[in-house]
Design a protein around this ligand. Structure first.
Ligand code: SF4
Ligand code: MG
Length: 328
């Protein structure tokens, strides 16, 4: 088996008292797309920042291509930066307004001394074509482009070094709905064509349905359910995932009727002081006594189905694991 492109083990990132990420593990294989899904405040962006080393993890390890990079110095990290690139949410603020599109897209080539002059310009032109932009765009400034065009420039800049891993943090959520689908289709095509692995961060499950091979659902700094995309959509096991899916529009009226609609009360509790027991218990319509004190584990290796961190799921698949103190 080849090394995973990304392996995160027991990642913790606290900002002072704020427990943004609180013990998270995941792996992404070669050419695999993992959709990391959660509401705002779930810690999903912090995971992306830790992978890019834009922020230092509090504890845990991050390995790229089998190499532990958690404590590498900036300098030792530099050659590895060729292999990992980020696409940001906001195509307005993530491009330097004073630089031409050519300067923006060629910057990684120059920084890593991989090309310059005419060769760099040719590579930029070829990359722009790949993301569906005309080469005349090279002399333009970001403000002369539409939001969708700017996000295509962001993609061109992230992909020009042919990275092994792309971290995309809400890459379409700042775009008009009418433009979102075309940019998502482009990312899908580029991923299939170039074969990079991708950590795709989004608050919207429906965005990753056709793009991600696997999905990990986050709630308050932890993964509560993870599995192959089709399996998770067909049979979500955690009440939180069920709620997220039941909120999404279903075009098929038969399926829409079959789907149990779960409406969540309130907002995500503060990561300053996550609830004891199951972190979801304050909003879970199925919560019972033990949920308030006993934290459910994600691992469920005996069931054969994908793991979900919920006492009900554990009990369902492990008859010996009686639900502790259930009294509903
Ligand atoms: Fe709901 Fe309890 Fe399952 Fe948590 S463990 S998701 S509170 S039923
Ligand atoms: Mg975010």
């Amino acid at each position: 088996m080849t090394e995973p492109v990304l392996q995160i083990d027991s990642l913790v990132k606290h900002y002072g008292q704020v427990r943004a990420v609180d013990g998270l593990s995941l792996t992404i294989g070669q050419g695999e797309v993992l959709g990391l899904v959660g509401e705002s405040g779930s810690g999903k962006s912090t995971v992306g920042k830790c992978v890019l080393r834009l922020t230092e993890p509090t504890s845990g390890t991050i390995a790229l291509g089998g190499r532990d990079v958690t404590h590498l110095s900036r300098r030792a990290m530099r050659p590895l930066r060729r292999d990992v690139h980020m696409v940001f949410q906001d195509p307005y603020s993530s491009l330097n307004p004073r630089f031409s599109i050519e300067q923006i897209v060629s910057e990684p080539l120059l920084r890593h001394k991989l090309a310059r002059g005419r060769e760099a310009a040719e590579r930029v032109a070829a990359m722009l074509e790949k993301v569906g932009l005309r080469t005349e765009m090279m002399t333009r400034l970001p403000h002369e482009l539409s939001g969708g065009q700017r996000q295509r420039v962001g993609l061109a800049r992230a992909l020009i070094l042919e990275p092994k891993l792309v971290v995309a943090d809400e890459p379409v959520s700042a775009l008009d709905v009418s433009v979102q689908a075309s940019v998502l289709n482009l990312i899908t095509d580029l991923q299939r064509d170039m074969g990079f692995s991708c950590l795709f961060i989004t608050h919207d499950l429906s965005v990753v349905e056709f793009l991600a091979d696997r999905i990990a659902v986050m709630y308050l700094g932890r993964i509560v359910e993870t599995g192959p995309t089709a399996e998770l959509f067909a049979g979500p096991r955690h009440p939180y995932t069920q709620a997220l899916l039941s909120a999404a529009p279903v075009p098929d009226p038969v399926k829409a009727r079959e789907r149990r609609r779960i409406v969540l009360g309130g907002d995500v509790p503060s990561p300053l002081d996550p609830p004891a027991g199951c972190r979801f218990h304050t909003r879970c319509p199925l919560a019972f006594d033990a949920c308030r004190t006993v934290e459910p584990e994600l691992a469920d290796p005996r069931s054969g189905a994908h793991p979900a961190a919920c006492h009900l799921v554990t009990a369902e698949h492990r008859p010996d694991a009686a639900v502790p103190g259930r009294t509903i």
